[in-house]
Design a protein around this ligand. Structure first.
Ligand code: THU
Length: 131
């Protein structure tokens, strides 16, 4: 499937401009594509620092509430529009909605999420260990 990475990056940049990041002053934007539409998210910080939400988490919530399908591609950027790799927690959050095949934008070319989060904890592990 053809992925419009330039369009996805532009959407991530637009989302970054909406970021609420008065504490870190590090605005982040994220955009995800499911094969038919783009969902976006920006980081939302909080005066109680630990409560801040990363752009990818907001993207995941927006995507879900929009009724989006499984994510195929994601791009994240900083205030300069430079590609940013999702933090560890966000890799797991994205894994839930795109799995190991999800393509994540990277300066050297898109990489599958499975390469960024090897041997990830997933639904199969949960099913296997349940009592
Ligand atoms: N941040 C994200 O939104 N996504 C990431 O993957 C890395 C970090 C945000 C969290 C915080 O608001 C700011 O960047 C500085 O860490």
């Amino acid at each position: 499937m053809d992925i419009d990475w330039a369009g996805l990056r532009a959407s991530a940049y637009e989302a970054m401009l909406k970021a609420y990041a008065p504490y870190s002053r590090f605005p982040v934007g994220a955009a995800g594509w499911d094969g038919s539409a783009i969902s976006i998210g920006c980081n939302l910080e909080n005066v109680s620092y630990g409560l801040g939400l990363c752009a990818e988490c907001v993207l995941a919530g927006n995507h879900r509430t929009r009724g989006g399908a499984r994510l195929i591609a994601v791009s994240v950027c900083d205030s300069r529009g430079e590609i940013l790799l999702p933090c560890g927690r966000c890799r797991q959050v994205l894994y839930e909605f795109g799995g190991k095949e999800l393509l994540v934008d990277h300066p050297t070319g898109p990489v599958p999420l499975g390469d960024l989060l090897r041997d990830a904890f997933g639904p199969d592990d949960l099913a296997a260990g349940r009592t």
